[in-house]
Design a protein around this ligand. Structure first.
Ligand SMILES: [Cu+2]
Length: 232
């Protein structure tokens, strides 16, 4: 009888001790989590036409730590059967907006990719179909989606965000770390841009509007922005 009650006391003491330990552990985990930026955020962009392309679409991105865990881009109204470079752009000094024709500095009636940088910043992630997704791949047209009859549906997982020169920390030419860029995208400052506009409607990218300001071997039609939306 005496032994039995010691037994009960023993069990309840252990249970109380366990509850205290677990309780403090959970509280500590919660504090650590609150101290950091929220880890996983899902953002959506409504893509609207630029340069009178007639393109539109949506993009959805889930950002977890320094990674795009999942991204989808659904676009239509694009130049058919042509590759479309697509990126996430971001700049700490940029407006984190889609550009308007007011940024057409050389007055040629088109907004080229460089003219849009004050609005959307440099490329931080290349939304390629295979291989590297860093800014280094930004014009590798063989690894971007091709629009079947003007549409495509793009989906990819686990794109690493990297440090990028020119994203503006602290000055315009400064290099943002992967964490700074990921945090900014999570805060709604990333901009999805799809490139490639067939201005003269002849069914292909040609030099009717001259060479690209990014690469003289590419026509401007292949690199001018066609659609843009803010990930928010
Ligand atoms: Cu771009």
């Amino acid at each position: 009888m005496k032994r039995h009650s010691i037994g009960i006391l023993g069990v309840s003491t252990v249970a109380l001790f366990a509850a205290a330990v677990l309780g403090s552990g959970a509280a500590q985990a919660q504090t650590t989590q609150l101290e950091r930026t929220p880890k996983t955020v899902t953002l959506t962009a409504n893509l609207a036409e630029l340069n009178g392309s007639g393109a539109s679409g949506t993009a959805t991105a889930t950002v977890r730590n320094q990674k795009i865990k999942h991204i989808e881009v659904h676009a239509s109204g694009l130049t058919p059967d042509a590759p479309h470079a697509q990126h996430i752009h971001y700049g700490n000094q940029a407006l984190n907006e889609c550009p308007t024709i007011a940024l057409d500095r050389n007055g040629d009636g088109r907004l080229n990719t460089v003219e849009g940088i004050p609005a959307y910043g440099p490329v931080v992630v290349s939304l390629t179909t295979t291989g590297d997704t860093s800014p280094a791949s930004f014009l590798d047209v063989t690894r971007f989606p091709v629009s079947e009859s003007g549409s495509y549906h793009y989906s990819r997982d686990n794109l690493h965000i990297t440090k990028v020169a020119g994203t503006g920390y602290p000055g315009p030419s400064g290099t943002g770390t992967a964490k700074e860029i990921a945090d900014s995208i999570r805060e709604g400052e990333g901009v999805v841009v799809i490139h490639g506009v067939d201005y003269n409607g002849n069914g292909e990218y040609d030099f009717s509007r001259g060479a690209s300001e990014l690469d003289p071997n590419l026509p401007a039609e292949a690199t001018d922005p066609a659609a843009c939306g803010i990930l928010e």
